[in-house]
Design a binder for this molecule. Structure first.
Ligand code: 1GP
Length: 234
């Protein structure tokens, strides 16, 4: 089966809790050339803030996904193409593997047609995602490759996400995760700031995810990362 992300080189993650650079609008964001927008962020994100971003993006053709960090912030909005729900493979707290998901499944009728999961491997111990999931980040390339295999072969995950949120990761680790996968799509996210970072990680991952750069530097910088990954994949 062809999944939408099979064709994505670049995903832009918009944090509803952070503002855009002065003078930039969501119209500018949608014209960066990114293949998809993921609206998601930390635990402080509220459903209201999510809705505000989704509504600002709705007039455009760029696929729009919500990445809910917990069940309380899930929004139903017809502008969304779907939900990408994180599952953290190396979480120390099982709440982030099945617990949050169980709470969600019992309170809501999930829209399964539009719901998929991302198997995160969280690798920056300084990142808030590592802290609140109590992730074991002390992993070498072999460990990460093994987690990628477990995600795909045992848990049937179609997206494996090597997450260094806030720092540029080790390209060898990203490459090891990629080599371990048969068909699953490898997302890489963390610390991509420019063309060269995007090119380097794009040589190893199927899809790169850019986050803070949008809020810190703006749309021109994001556009460069789109070019970087596209050139790496050419
Ligand atoms: C965060 O992987 C994304 O979930 C992107 O990371 O914010 O460091 O670009 P950055």
């Amino acid at each position: 089966m062809i999944a939408p992300w099979d064709d994505w080189d670049h995903v832009l993650k918009v944090d509803p809790d952070k503002s855009l650079v002065d003078g930039e609008t969501f119209d500018d964001v949608m014209e960066t050339g990114t293949d998809a927008i993921e609206v998601g962020g930390t635990l402080d994100v509220t459903a209201e803030k999510m809705e505000r971003v989704i509504d600002a993006c709705r007039e455009h053709d760029v696929p729009l996904y919500q990445e809910p960090s917990n069940p309380a912030v899930v929004v139903e909005n017809d502008a969304l193409d779907g939900y990408l729900v994180p599952v953290v493979m190396n979480a120390g707290d099982p709440f982030w593997i099945t617990g949050a998901h169980k709470e969600w499944a019992r309170i809501a009728e999930l829209d399964w047609e539009r719901t998929a999961t991302e198997a995160y491997i969280v690798l920056n111990p300084e990142a808030s995602v590592a802290e609140y999931t109590d992730a074991d980040c002390d992993l070498d390339a072999d460990d990460v490759a093994a987690y990628a295999t477990v995600a795909e072969r045992m848990f049937g995950q179609d997206v494996v996400y090597v997450e260094y949120s806030g720092m540029l990761g080790d390209p060898d680790v990203v490459g090891a995760a990629h080599d371990a996968l048969e068909d699953a799509t490898l997302f890489y996210g963390g610390g991509i700031h420019d063309y060269d970072d995007a090119y380097e990680m794009g040589e190893r991952a199927d899809t790169i995810v850019v986050g803070d750069l949008l809020h810190d530097e703006g749309v021109d910088a994001v556009r460069e990362t789109v070019e970087g990954v596209r050139d790496a994949h050419d």
